[in-house]
Design a protein around this ligand. Structure first.
Ligand code: ADP
Ligand code: MG
Length: 403
């Protein structure tokens, strides 16, 4: 197991910059997911670790060694691709054992290791088959087996599940996570699928146009997205984002379809935007019907025109057009409600009311798109508390002691 560190790493093709000033440390044994839209530089980053792509600037450390100029075979890592890259003329046994054979390991030892690896992957009965006689999922397991058998210090995965159907993808996702818990090998996993990222990663790096937008645990990214890009990327459906007017010294936020009191933890930040605008974010799961959420202490109402209802069995997603009195100017807002409360199709085009939990909002600077700073003491809970919290009480008592 080895750590991986990028220090100010850049990658350019002639005058095209693909990765710019990347800084990231992947600790020993961590499972880190690189996620982002197509073309953002995920594969390039992975291929630089593998040594398949040169590094233009900066340092790549693998363990304690600067690896920029290390040959791929000397990096002690194994890579699994989307295309399984199996040898078609070799059996499963030969495919898995190939890396050991070229290292001149004795055949009996190879057989033993191949069988050990095949067992947990469910391949024991398939060892004499050729790849063409396997399903997609089985082929991907062979590719995994070939990586595992070499017992590398680092695993690299480049969208390994993209060719599989939805059901198999969910199953393989769980199997790869289980393998990681057993082997505890440092792993870097590339995907464009944020659900894969959320379910598999100890940490997630969200990439956009060659820059890291945020690097943190799945819950950090979900609860405290650092910018509107991450807010709009993580979550299904993603967070609703809309501009709101700031007035009353930052204390009031107004949208065409609602007006709220700024939660106290944001007031210092919104005061600076008084008379202007900020971006308000609210997740679809924090908007619903009032009677479904009796724990929403400070609810606010949104009126919109019902545009569409998607019924997914366990939830229904309601699409509202919220433009107040200015038709055509408004935002589309998505809310999740219980399917049994789903409006009938006859209500499409009608006015419809939903409620959201004002404590659950996120605020962003409209110019930089960065998250606005929250006041210190309740930023960890992301919960608005109008009455003094335990921490606030603690501060008050400290203050009174100081006097
Ligand atoms: P991802 O894996 O996130 O989809 P890649 O890392 O494959 O993205 O590519 C990142 C960017 O680098 C893309 O815009 C791609 O067009 C560009 N790119 C990749 N290889 C080359 C190359 N050999 N020459 C020029 N540009 C390249
Ligand atoms: Mg790619």
């Amino acid at each position: 197991m080895k750590s991986i560190e990028f220090k100010n790493v850049s990658k350019r093709y002639e005058d095209v910059s693909v990765i710019e000033d990347l800084n990231m440390t992947i600790e020993q044994g961590e499972f880190v997911v690189l996620v982002g839209p197509s073309g953002c530089g995920k594969s390039t980053t992975l291929r630089m670790i593998a040594g398949l792509e040169s590094i233009t600037d900066g340092d790549l450390m693998i363990g304690d060694v600067r690896a920029n100029d290390l040959a791929p075979k000397d990096r002690d890592l194994a890579m699994v691709f989307q295309s399984y890259a199996l040898y078609p003329h070799m059996t499963v046994r030969e495919n898995i054992g190939f890396g050991l054979k070229i290292r001149k390991m004795p055949q009996a030892e190879i057989d033993k290791k191949v069988e050990e690896v095949a067992e947990p992957l469910g391949l024991s009965q398939l060892l004499e088959r050729k790849p063409k006689a396997l399903s997609g999922g089985q082929r991907q397991r062979v590719a995994l087996g070939r990586a595992i058998v070499r017992n590398p210090s680092v695993f690299l995965f480049d969208e390994p599940l993209s060719n599989l159907d939805a059901e198999l993808r969910v199953q393989m996702r769980a199997e790869i996570s289980k393998l990681h818990r057993q082997l505890k090998t440092t792993s870097i996993y590339v995907t464009h699928d944020q659900i894969e990222a959320m379910t598999m990663g100890d940490k997630i790096a969200v990439l956009n146009k060659g820059h890291i937008m945020q690097f943190g645990s799945p819950m950090e990214l979900y609860n405290f997205p650092k910018n509107t890009f991450v807010a709009g990327f993580i979550g299904t459906p993603p967070m609703n984002l809309m501009k709101v007017k700031v007035s009353d010294h930052g204390k009031t936020l107004t949208h065409a379809s609602f007006q709220i009191k700024t939660p106290s933890r944001w007031r210092e930040a919104t005061e600076k935007f008084d008379g202007g605008e900020v971006i308000l974010g609210i997740r679809p799961e924090k908007i619903g019907l009032l009677h479904e959420h009796d724990d929403w202490d400070v609810p606010a109402h949104i009126f919109g025109k019902l545009e569409m209802v998607e019924t997914l069995g366990h939830e229904a997603i309601v699409h509202l057009i919220c433009d107040g009195n200015k038709p055509g100017s408004g935002d589309k807002i998505l809310a999740k409600i219980k399917p049994k409360n789903s409006p009938t199709m006859g209500l499409l085009g009608e006015h419809y009311e939903v409620t959201f939990d004002t404590r659950a909002i996120h605020l962003f600077d409209p110019n930089t798109e960065h998250r606005l700073p929250e006041s210190r003491f309740d930023s960890q809970t992301s919960q608005e508390q109008e009455s003094p919290t335990a921490k606030q009480n603690y501060v008050l008592s400290l203050e009174s002691q100081g006097n």
